[in-house]
Design a protein. Sequence first.
Length: 334
Amino acid sequence: MATPKTDTGLTMEDLARLAGVSPITVSRALRNSPLVTEKTRDKVRRIADEQGYRFNVSARNLRMGRSYSVAVVVEMTPARGRPMSDPYPLELLGGITQELTTAGYSVVLTSKQLLDTAPVQGADGLILLGQGSHGEAMTALQGTGRPLVVWGAPLAGAQASSTTIVVGSDNRKGGASAAQRFVEQGRKKLVFLGDVDHAEVQERCAGFIDAMGRQGSVHILRPKAFTFEAGFDAISTLLKKKGQVFDGVFAANDLLAMGAIRALAEKNLRVPDIVSVIGYDDTPGAASFVPPLTSVHQYLRDGGVLLARKMLDLMNGEPATSEMLPTMLMVRQT
């Protein structure tokens, strides 16, 4: 297919000859790609302005059979107690958007309920934030056949695919760091609070239990939501049961941990004097909570950048592998 001309009759090949570069360099310069030096971008743009050339994005995309867009699908269902404005997923989105727009791609943001819309169907690749309970969200997107990068936990062997890459935090080590903290404090009767049907939570729980070993017992509570209210209700219910005594709670996220602390406070069980509590994510609210919450820190913005880089590799036919980021236990007063 020939390169469409602008109203001035100038093609991209004409502009490339005037600038003394290749047509692909012109294309990259006009979409501000970091693959072209700033000096060359400025030169190409200056000549384009002088010649009255306007980059026809639609024609370029049609010619190349690509939309130069990536759909970011947020798996979580918005809830009153867990809004989309929380650091997860906003920090991930910030890193993704920075990296993809710099590379000349547009970002289409949607939820798992809106996968049939035209912008999503036309995207060159998909980034999924969250695998879903039992991995159903990831399985649904794998069926599209397009490059897929997922924020989550390592794939089971049966789910692995050359077009599916997983980026996430080392949830097992995150869980282990919480266990080590409890061991240092002499806590032995512990509660894990989180829905282990989610792969990331399952990994946190497994790392926690493995690290505890025979140094203590772990009782698992499985609230389906990841909200303050769910944490409060789960611990309140547990406290009503006779014979249920515990001295430590490890929650799958900070909101669950904060709800647990409120439930303990209502029963005059002081934190951390009687019960220690550790959360996960290290959201900004963790440090300002009363008492300040000990939490496992995830590098979410770095994770977003890495998700985007893996997607660019897949779309460009370059090798890409799954990768886990480190975590860090932020010790505060709980």
